[in-house]
Ligand binder design. Structure first.
Ligand code: ZN
Length: 74
């Protein structure tokens, strides 16, 4: 992620950093309530990241789950 691509919720931001550290791609593409995507390039799967999640903890958990499922693919 480049400068200015930080997620406003620190729990989500931390999960995105963990995902990046595992080689997954974080795409910041702001569009309304949509913050961007977390992408596993080898299998083209992605998860949408909300800018205003109802629960930052739940959003972070789903990012961590995606990371755990795909960390071996990159
Ligand atoms: Zn994958």
């Amino acid at each position: 992620m480049g400068k200015g691509d930080r997620h406003p919720k620190k729990d989500v931001e931390a999960a995105l950093k963990r995902a990046e550290a595992c080689g997954l791609k974080v795409l910041h593409k702001q569009n309304g309530h949509n913050w961007g995507y977390l992408i596993c390039c080898p299998c083209s799967e992605s998860v949408r990241i909300s800018c205003t999640p109802r629960s930052a903890g739940t959003e972070a958990k789903s990012i961590d789950e995606f990371t755990r499922d795909h960390r071996g693919h990159v």
